[in-house]
Design a protein around this ligand. Structure first.
Ligand code: DSN
Length: 427
């Protein structure tokens, strides 16, 4: 086949020529990201190098199995890719082994259940309505459907996890697995308490650090690696990598985890994504990333303080991480109206239940905010005060179009000062 065959010609055309519709949609989304303020704490902006790895020819390769033990030929290059990613992961987190293959955080968690539990077994996790994650026992998720869930919560007085409750529930129910981790908990987990609870009842201790992974990597949040049997995480939140998952842990569990991921749950690993994870680890191993992690936390603290000054309430009174749960009721709105109002001014956030929320899940009394994406753009504590002022002004004027328009102009002006990508806004 020569370079002039129709097949070669068709295969090598640019996206904009092949599919102007999809090209246009990607353009629109690039502009939305570039000219708005992204404050969903589970979102971030990957580097152009990570994007490049994700868009590489590695997507063409099947590689079921483990490096060196594949079910396909031609895997010598992708073996090196996967080994490199795993080695960098272990170096970054100090883990004894790493499995790079889970396609997502939920699939990483599912593999842990498959490796250590049988359907009907009991496990403990933070309740979804108190900040936990879907895969930690929600009745509409595999974890809540196939296993017996014992949920722990936060104290009503200070909205902090109560170590005594964790220990006493473990003693009472003797779970096989205890999960520590959250989607909307701004404070530090005391990993030692979960280790103690697991040791007392012979349970596996799983730390799901999907939200905190980048902060842990950068030394801005305590690491569970010395305490947990297994650590799972997504790779696209504070860790700032491709949309995916991974598992780390103690060497004694490596075989069970590898088997649960493949052939237990998945087929071929996404080698282009694993390459992007390798790039992400390389970036996260730099002093620059350490600064990023600390700045993300500093920014969150500055934002929380400024929002409190503006009349809002922060669940648990503040944050030790990249996120905060804002009780928006003092400004006379619900979480739903809060999310919609912020969307209108170009600030992207999500409504979220607060602990002991009187509102249903569809309305909520809170909005969850985070600083990972804005910090990636280069914003600091000074900008956080400005962002807080936009948020307060928007929420105070949710029905006032003229005011919202002027906040939108401010949001766009600020975003333009912190350009996101150099090679992505091609028109
Ligand atoms: N959906 C993610 C979040 O936003 O926190 C958790 O998986």
């Amino acid at each position: 086949m020569s370079a002039s065959t129709p097949s070669y010609e068709a295969r090598t055309r640019k996206l904009r020529d092949v599919d102007p519709e999809v090209f246009g949609l990607i353009q629109r989304e690039t502009e939305r990201q570039e000219y708005g303020l992204e404050m969903i704490p589970s979102e971030n902006f990957v580097s152009e190098a990570v994007l490049e790895a994700m868009g590489s020819v590695l997507t063409n390769k099947y590689a079921e199995g483990q490096p060196g033990k594949r079910y396909y030929g031609g895997c010598h290059v992708v073996d090196d890719v996967e080994n490199l990613a795993s080695a960098r992961c272990c170096e970054l987190f100090g883990a004894e082994f790493a499995n790079m293959q889970p396609h997502s955080g939920v699939q990483a968690n599912q593999a842990v259940f498959e490796a250590f539990l049988k359907p009907g077994d009991t496990f403990m996790g933070l309740r979804l309505d108190q900040g936990g994650h879907l895969s930690h026992g929600s009745p509409v998720n595999f974890s809540g459907m196939h296993y017996k869930v014992v949920g722990y919560g936060v104290r009503e007085a200070d909205c902090l996890i109560d170590p005594d409750e964790v220990l006493s529930l473990a003693r009472q129910h003797k779970p096989k697995l205890i999960i520590a981790g959250a989607s909307a908990y701004a404070r530090q987990f005391d990993w030692k308490v979960f280790r103690q609870a697991a040791d007392e009842v012979g349970a596996i201790f799983l730390a799901d650090i999907a939200h905190y992974a980048g902060l842990v990597a950068g030394g801005a949040y305590p690491s569970p690696v010395p305490y947990a049997d297994i650590v799972t995480t997504t790779t696209h939140k504070t860790l700032r990598g491709p949309r995916s998952g991974m598992i780390m842990g103690r060497a004694a569990h490596q075989k069970a985890i590898n088997k649960a991921v493949f052939p237990g749950l998945q087929g071929g690993p996404h080698m282009h994504t694993i390459a992007a994870k390798a790039v992400m680890f390389k970036e996260a191993l730099t002093p620059d990333f350490k600064r990023y992690a600390q700045q993300t936390v500093d920014n969150a603290r500055a934002l929380a303080a400024a929002l409190i000054k503006g009349g809002l309430k922060i669940v648990s009174g503040g944050t030790d991480s990249h996120l905060m749960l804002v009780d928006v009721r003092p400004l006379g709105v619900t979480g739903k109206v809060g999310e919609e109002t912020l969307d209108r001014v170009g600030i992207t956030a999500n409504k979220n239940s607060i602990p002991f929320d009187p509102q249903p899940f569809t309305i909520c009394s809170g909005v969850r905010l985070g600083t990972p994406a804005l910090t990636t753009r280069g914003m600091g504590t000074k900008e956080m005060e400005q962002v807080a002022a936009f948020i307060v002004e928007a929420l105070q004027n949710s029905g006032n179009d003229a005011k919202l328009k002027s906040v939108t102009a401010g949001v766009q002006e600020l975003s333009r000062k912190f350009p996101l990508y150099k090679h992505r806004l091609v028109s």
